[in-house]
Design a protein around this ligand. Sequence first.
Ligand code: UT7
Length: 333
Amino acid sequence: MGKINAAITGVHGWVPEYRLTNDELATMVDTSDEWIMQRIGIRERRILKEKDMGSSYMGARAVKGLLEKTETSPEEVDLIIATTVTADMAFPANANIIADLVGLKNSWGYDINAACSGFIFTLQTAVQYIESGRYKKVIVVGSDKMSAITDYTDRTTCPLFGDAAAAVLLEPTTEDVGIIDHIFGVDGSGRHYLHQKAGGSARPASHKTVDAKEHFIFQEGQAVFKFAVTKMADVSVEMMKKHNLTSKDLAWLVPHQANMRIILATAKRMGLEREKVMINIERYGNTTTATIPLCLWEWENQLRKGDNIILAAFGGGFTWGSVYIKWAYDGKK
Ligand code: UT7
């Protein structure tokens, strides 16, 4: 028997209805549509307004839609791996909650946290289970309710983030398609530039941490920007070189959507025209673990079997990486 590859055989996304526009943000902090569009490239982001609902609520909706469109019964799923930085609770994992909400009765699961690289790190983890030959249907779901940890009095972070979820189904194939390769890195010394200070075991929640706003995203934007531009481009170009891919050979770049300037700088280093880059940052902002599968979902109709695709991400930690995929099916499922 030929080598077993792991292929994405379906993708589905879910976004909340509420649109937080730049104009509405400008009533909350000293900012403007012009500044946000110029420096970040975001016009609006979705916000989950449902009371007491967290990221698993959105993740479950994405997974439910994925099962329906791929005609997969919940009992068939062997494993679900969730990725998030805004889990409903410190424990149990979002994967448990989503499995319960969707009825994955024969599945086990767990969460992975790699900040904005969460989706690609989790995808690659899922690939190992499929390639081992033991697993037939594995779901990877990224869901983040970034509005839960965003300080809407801080103009340097509040325009950046939004809420969303998206999921993919992975199945085995012996055809020459699927997830081909990955190049990943972490540098923990970067943790100081982008993190949530309190709420973990080092600084448990207290009146003091709440008063000091330490449960919100902290970011030194410029430092993160410099690393993100370099690393995302380096790792994508490295992947192209490793597989002798020219910009002509590539059908798509699917970049993490943190800042339009980072996306365009990465595409430029790869020699890719803008038409080959999936960009939806303008409508959703940075949804952390959901950005990449959300793009795949929105562009699914245009994808063709055999398309060479590079996924690229950079995030808190620091974490970064690229994944090389040969797409496994034509158009929308
Ligand atoms: O997904 C995880 C990885 N995260 C990232 O990749 C994010 C990386 N960083 C960034 O995207 C950018 O650094 C930001 C978008 C966060 C900020 O853009 P910047 O071009 O680096 O701006 P800056 O921080 O250098 O600020 C420039 C000026 C400052 O004013 P002064 O000191 O020059 O007077 C800021 O106070 O812009 C000001 N500013 C704003 N003005 C209007 C900062 N935020 C705003 C705002 N509206 N929202």
